[in-house]
Each structure stands twice: as structure tokens, then as C-alpha cells.
Design a protein around this ligand. Structure first.
Ligand code: PEP
Length: 250
């Protein structure tokens, strides 16, 4: 059984003071939620979020991690630094990182190794661009992203790894993949896991959908058998809407 998981990606939004306010509003709204939940905040908000989330059912997440333990990597953050802030999840290889900051599946892999080494669960993002989909390259792109980002991991590592399928053309655009499209593509990713790792890994790994998921479409998306949850951008900044997403089955 794969427990549903809803994670918010705040991207580069909100100050620490705003973080405290939003999370204080969100906590009671999701107190009865039955899915796993996390909010992935900017690095500077981690401390405020950690304090605000203490004792709640919402876990804390970050949006990236460097692979080295320490050293001359100006502007980067290590896994030990995140762990000290009680971070449980880290988003890796988000399409915005791939698109604007030169992130590759090879560096995603190194970051995932570092995260797991500090007992932080990586949320590994994969997804095709519009042109890749339209030219019939979706499967080839996803195959490469999944196998390269997850290279070398063992069955037990997959107990902690989460995959987020985020078609780039659906992120922040208001365009959602249809539930059937998302389901079919996630089934393909599961097939890659079965071939490259094992059937057990394919059956047990949670694969989320991300891309303009909101309170209006969550039920249809979550009704799909392959979709195990959502990575939510814009809608996760609004406590009421994010709570409606987390409470989709109540
Ligand atoms: C995201 O950034 O991971 C995302 C899915 O964004 P949005 O929900 O705003 O499309």
C-alpha cells in the first residue's frame, strides 16, 4: 500500500514572518488529514517553519541540497545543515532548477545520495517539456531522467525516495495533464522502475503528480490508481486551498 503524500513547493516565496502566519493558519485546517504532508520552504524560512510545525502532522521540506559535506561551494547548503533544521524531505531536480540553474540528472543523483546519507527523503522531479511531448519524446526523456537520477540506488533506498512527475508545460501554467494522461505517464515511470530496479520497487515507490494541481482537480487526479499524491506549487501558498487539497478524501 502506498500512502498518499501531498507536498507543497513554496519556491522563492514568503519571508519567515509570513511563513509563521501561513503555517499557523494551515495547521488546524489539516489536523484530520489522512495523507502524509510536507511543506518545502526556502532555506531562510526553515527555522521559522520548524518552530511553527513542531508537534503538527505536517513535515518540513527544503528545495535543494548540495552533494558535498562542506567546503568551498558558495551559496550552497549541505544535507547536515538541513538535518539540523529537522528537514524530512528535499525536492531535487525541479524543472526550474534544470531549466534556469543547469541542474542535470547526474547532479540530482549526487544530491539524492547526500540527502539519503542524512536520512532526508528526496522528492526527485522528472518531466518532459511541451516540445518533447509534442514531438513524441516523452518516454525517452523520462526514461533517461529516472534512470540517471536514481542510478545506483538499492531496494531499501526506495523506501525513502519519492518521485514527482511534473510535465514542465503544466507547471504554473494553469494547464493540468488530464488525470488519464498523468496516470498513463506515471504507469510508464513505474514500468521503468520495474525494469531497471525491481517489481517490488515499482509497486512500492510513491509517484506524485505535479503541475497546476489545485482544490478543483485534486479529486479526479487522486482517483487515478497510479497517482500517489501531489507536488503543489501555487496552490500551496494559500492555506485554505492547500488544506482542501490535503483533505481531498474527507
Ligand atoms: C511545482 O512547482 O512543483 C508545481 C507543480 O507548481 P504549480 O502547482 O504552481 O504548477
Amino acid at each position: 500500500m502506498r500512502k498518499p503524500f501531498i507536498a507543497g513547493n513554496w519556491k522563492m516565496n514568503k519571508t519567515s514572518a509570513e511563513t509563521k502566519e501561513i503555517l499557523a493558519e494551515l495547521k488546524p485546517l489539516v489536523a484530520e488529514a489522512t495523507c502524509d504532508m510536507a511543506i518545502c520552504v526556502p532555506f531562510t524560512d526553515l527555522s521559522a517553519a520548524r518552530k511553527e510545525l513542531r508537534g503538527s502532522n505536517i513535515k518540513l521540506g527544503a528545495q535543494n541540497v548540495h552533494w558535498a559535506e562542506s567546503g568551498a561551494f558558495t551559496g550552497e547548503i549541505s544535507a547536515a545543515m538541513l538535518k539540523e533544521q529537522r528537514v524530512d524531505y528535499v525536492i531535487l531536480g525541479h524543472s526550474e532548477r534544470r531549466q534556469y540553474f543547469g541542474e542535470t540528472s547526474e547532479t540530482v543523483n549526487k544530491r539524492a545520495v547526500a540527502a539519503l546519507g542524512s536520512r532526508i527523503r528526496p522528492i526527485v522531479c522528472v518531466g518532459e517539456t511541451l516540445i518533447e511531448r509534442e514531438t513524441g519524446h516523452t518516454e525517452e526523456v523520462l526514461y533517461a531522467q529516472v534512470t540517471e537520477s536514481l542510478k545506483g540506488f538499492k531496494t531499501r533506498d526506495f523506501e525513502k525516495i519519492i518521485i514527482a512527475y511534473e510535465p514542465v508545460w503544466a507547471i504554473g501554467t494553469g494547464k493540468t495533464a488530464t488525470p488519464e494522461e498523468a496516470n498513463e505517464t506515471i504507469a510508464f515511470i513505474r514500468g521503468v522502475l520495474a525494469t531497471k530496479f525491481s517489481k517490488l520497487v515499482a509497486e512500492n515507490t510513491r509517484i506524485l503528480y505535479g503541475g497546476s494541481m489545485n482544490a478543483g482537480n485534486v479529486k479526479q487526479l487522486m482517483a487515478m490508481p497510479e497517482i500517489d499524491g501531489g507536488l503543489i506549487g501555487g496552490a500551496s501558498l494559500k492555506p485554505e486551498e492547500f488544506a482542501r487539497i490535503c483533505n481531498y478524501n474527507l
